[in-house]
Design a protein around this ligand. Structure first.
Ligand code: PPS
Ligand code: ADP
Length: 372
């Protein structure tokens, strides 16, 4: 029996938290190439390294979809895929989260019908600040996928010595849906959700460093995991629309990045996340963008630090070859400067996969959020 440590992605963390809240506390985890055996204990951590739960592996098998025959092995025709290892087992919570107490929290599945309940659709106001605490029945809290807000809501309910029932967010009308499933009479309390402060993320790096690739993936991931709306301001697209007509002189680049920073600050002002991916080669323009963003929210500087040789080898658009041949002037890294960021919040090494790069950025963002 060995302990195996696993870092969960945001989606996996959500799955495990819901499984912890279910009466059976069973879960399935799928990992390529994981060395796990029946009887092992898998220690599950979040991206910041906090232990969430342990999963005792009761059944371990390899996905049939990637099984290869002995005859296929070593033929050199195709590399052997890493087998997906599927682990089924029982979870034990590792951190003292009130909302994981099974007596207080159950998902809707299998929940007995109640005569009365209170449904809170936004934040849960402190019992002293609102009348919900005087209504009978348990308090239904809608889980919108943000575990911090969920934990805060359940803690507020517990502070009023009331039972919390957590339901996943319904597709349409919360009150109607919950009423059908859980209780005969529901008192609905509609309160506003907290407005999260906005964020501006600037991904800076040479042409071909991977800014757009990572930024697009980051925005997709944020759409799945963050309640704030993420807006992508990609270098190429911005130059076609927002800053059409500008060239690549120092002044034009300053104007280009200034306009991106201005739009990004507006996004932050309205509680969104702006993901910007221009080269932004000068320190002064990055500082200006930070200063403007910090009037409304927080700023994160991400240096996509792919070396020039690697960018040039990729030469996805053939621009480096043209710049070397003298057909494009003032090309960043060849005939125009790129000032290395002095104090980036995150540095992305080119050996990371785009997914791993996004993991790093999301972890840094979570730290910023936690300290905000
Ligand atoms: N002279 C010169 N130098 C650098 N880049 C050039 C140049 N001419 C055209 N391109 C293409 O324009 C994209 C960079 O535009 P940006 O708006 O990101 O640049 S900057 O921040 O204003 O410096 C850049 O796109 P990415 O490869 O996505 O970075 C290039 O494709
Ligand atoms: N680890 C990696 N991270 C990001 N991009 C990578 C990586 N490895 C290879 N690439 C490739 O490098 C190219 C980067 O281009 P792009 O994302 O447009 O960069 P930029 O926006 O900085 O110009 C893409 O073709 C991408 O598929």
């Amino acid at each position: 029996m060995t302990d195996v440590h696993i870092t969960l992605s945001a989606a996996e963390l959500r799955h495990i938290e819901l499984a912890l809240a279910s009466p059976t506390r069973t879960a399935r985890l799928t990992r390529p190439g994981l060395d796990a055996h029946e009887g092992d204990t898998l220690v599950l951590r979040d991206e910041e390294g906090t232990d969430i739960a342990s999963l005792s592996a009761e059944r371990v098998r390899i996905s049939a979809a990637v099984c290869i025959t002995p005859a296929q092995l070593g033929t050199g025709v195709a590399p052997a895929p890493e087998p997906e290892v599927i682990i089924d087992g029982t979870l034990t919570p590792r951190r003292p989260l009130g909302h994981l107490d099974q007596r207080e929290l159950r998902v809707s599945h299998g929940f007995p019908r109640l005569p009365q309940a209170v449904l809170i659709t936004g934040t849960v106001p402190a019992p002293g600040d609102a009348g919900w605490a005087s209504h009978p029945g348990p308090v239904i809290v809608i889980d919108r996928g943000n575990s911090r807000h969920l934990a805060a809501a359940v803690t507020a309910v517990a502070a009023a010595e009331r039972r919390a029932i957590v339901l996943p967010e319904p597709p349409r009308n919360a009150a109607e849906w919950a009423e059908q499933i859980v209780a005969d009479t529901i008192t609905v309390w509609e309160t506003p959700l907290p407005v999260s402060p906005g964020r501006v993320l600037l991904l800076t790096g040479l042409s071909g460093s991977g800014k757009s690739t990572i930024a697009k993936l980051l925005v997709q991931r944020l759409a799945e995991t963050d309640e704030r709306i993420a807006t992508l301001l990609d270098g190429d697209e911005v130059r076609q629309m927002l800053t059409a007509g500008l060239g690549f002189s120092r002044e034009d680049r300053l104007a280009n990045v200034r306009r991106i920073g201005w739009v990004a600050a507006l996004v932050a002002q309205h509680g969104g996340i702006a993901v910007c991916a221009p080269i932004a080669p000068y320190e002064v323009m990055r500082t200006e963008m930070r200063d403007r963003a910090e009037q409304h929210g927080r700023f994160l500087l991400v240096h996509v630090a792919t070396p020039l040789e690697v960018c040039e080898e990729r030469d996805r658009k053939g621009l480096y070859a043209k710049a070397r041949a003298g057909q494009i002037d003032q090309f960043t890294g060849i005939s125009d400067p790129y000032q290395l960021p002095i104090d980036p919040d995150v540095t992305i090494d080119h050996t990371l996969t785009p997914d791993e790069s996004v993991d790093r950025i999301i972890a840094a963002l979570a730290k910023v959020d936690a300290n905000a």
